[in-house]
Design a protein around this ligand. Structure first.
Ligand SMILES: *Cc1c(COP(=O)(O)O)cnc(C)c1O
Length: 446
């Protein structure tokens, strides 16, 4: 059961089918263009969509809005140091700023940066500095039905290959994303992180985590490897293996906005804080209000509660299992923050150039007011090159929806599955040059 009770409630919007029909038409069959007031269950993302606790809300009232040296900064710094063990803690307003400031101070044109799978902002920030983002995840990560416990693990042989191709001086750092968001929210084992750490030490290359879902990853590590230690201890074992981390607190920080960079290297810290002052603000607030730092510190403590994590991971798993028992094809195993519908198996009659995953996203909205996001041909496809997978991601916000909300989604999806033959394909009527999925407009094929 939920390890919390509800103190404030927010009504969710309901709409009629004909309202949703016209909303879809006006939105050009792109759910990014639909206003939230017309969405009943919003599973677009788990980023920045968490519900804060009573203690986080109370923390907003003890915000110290001093320009320099705010009391909340010191609590935040102390909390991150205690959790990660890293010496320097630099607040920022979200994760991609940490990526931008770290990479612009270490990635040079021609450099290669390995990761299990780079998240899209991570990849973009590396490429913006002239580097090449290389994915080195194990091969099973690309098989939607391979049920391995740590599908986010790094393949050390792929790391060796990058090293022998470009040499150690062209690898400014190695990243490891926990959990592996772009690979389906799949965890990395402690053993694998140890191997990556040893590899980096041996080759004298800095090692950083992309730590957005570090607590969810630690819970998987504990339960799937039968580790005897507590969640904070396991988290610390992971962090002790690396030199620092970038963090979007919009995920496991349980806040609506926030992030940080934490690291041991004092020289790098100085470079980053100089640029931080230029673009985000003074190093004791980094683009956030004092009250935001307080809420983030509190959220980082709450996320380590094992009962919370058991509920969180269990809720996503139960949601996935409800979909499976309704016959709906999903990506396996079910990850930490989302369930991914496999649109190729759901709509085998729609060819990839008619955007089956986007058609399924629209059908879920039309049928039940549910918003997911397409991760397939609309997001990644070009005339010459189509992605291997056509997915619809249903991301679960933290502490926001109850079991019955997700049962409703599973029911809508299985109803749709029963009459899947009635769902048709789409074609694009407008697209932007880059990141077209955000603004594209489409229409149903006749
Ligand atoms: C969300 C996310 C980021 C970027 O963080 P923002 O707060 O959205 O800027 C980076 N890496 C991963 C794995 C993420 O999930």
């Amino acid at each position: 059961m939920e390890p919390f009770k509800i103190k404030a409630v927010e009504s969710i919007p309901f709409s009629t089918r004909s309202e949703r029909e016209s909303a879809l038409r006006e939105a050009g069959y792109n759910l990014f263009n639909i206003p939230a007031r017309l969405i009943t269950i919003d599973l677009l993302t788990d980023s920045g969509t968490s519900a804060m606790s009573d203690r986080q809300w109370a923390g907003l009232m003890v915000g110290d809005e001093s320009y320099a040296g705010s009391r909340n900064y010191f609590r935040f710094e102390d909390t991150v140091r205690r959790i990660t063990g890293y010496k320097h803690v630099i607040p920022m307003h979200q994760g991609r700023v940490a990526e931008n400031l770290l990479f612009s101070n270490c990635v040079r044109p021609g450099d290669h940066v390995p990761n299990n799978i780079h998240f899209d902002t991570t990849r973009a920030n590396i490429e913006h500095n002239g580097g090449k983002a290389v994915d080195c995840v194990i091969a099973e990560a690309y098989d939607p039905l391979a049920e391995v416990p740590f599908k986010g693990n790094m393949d050390l042989a792929k790391l060796d290959r990058v090293l022998s191709e470009v040499g150690r001086h062209k690898i400014p750092l190695v990243l490891l994303t926990i959990t592996n968001n772009s690979g389906g929210g799949q965890p990395v084992s402690l053993e694998n992180a140890q191997q990556v750490s040893e590899w980096c030490r041996k080759n004298d290359i800095p090692f950083f985590y992309d730590a957005c879902r570090f607590a969810e990853n630690a819970f998987f590590a504990k339960t799937r490897s039968n580790l005897g230690s507590s969640i904070p201890q396991i988290v610390r074992q992971f962090f002790d293996l690396a030199d620092g981390c970038t963090m979007s607190a919009k995920k496991d920080g349980l806040v609506n906005m926030g992030g940080f960079l934490a690291l041991n290297d004092g020289e790098m810290k100085d470079k980053v804080t100089n640029m931080l002052i230029l673009i985000e603000g003074f190093p004791t607030y980094g683009g956030l209000a004092g009250r935001d730092l307080e809420a983030m510190a509190q959220g980082l403590e709450e996320v380590l509660d094992e009962r919370y994590l058991e509920h969180r991971i269990g809720q996503v798993r139960d949601f996935g299992e409800a979909l499976c028992s309704g016959g709906v094809p999903v990506l396996l195993p079910i990850g930490g923050h989302a369930v991914y519908l496999d649109a190729r198996r759901f709509l085998p009659h729609i060819p990839q150039d008619q955007f089956p995953a986007q058609a399924l996203t629209c059908a879920l909205y039309l049928e039940g007011g549910i918003r997911g996001v397409e991760i397939g041909g609309l997001m990644f496809g070009t005339d010459a090159n189509w992605p291997a997978l056509e997915l619809v991601r249903l991301a679960v916000p933290r502490r926001v929806y109850t079991r019955s909300h997700l049962e409703y989604v599973a029911k809508v999806a299985s109803t749709l599955y029963q009459r899947r033959d009635s769902i048709g394909g789409l074609r694009i009527t407008f697209e932007a040059q880059v990141l077209r999925h955000f603004t594209a407009r489409l229409e149903p094929l006749p």
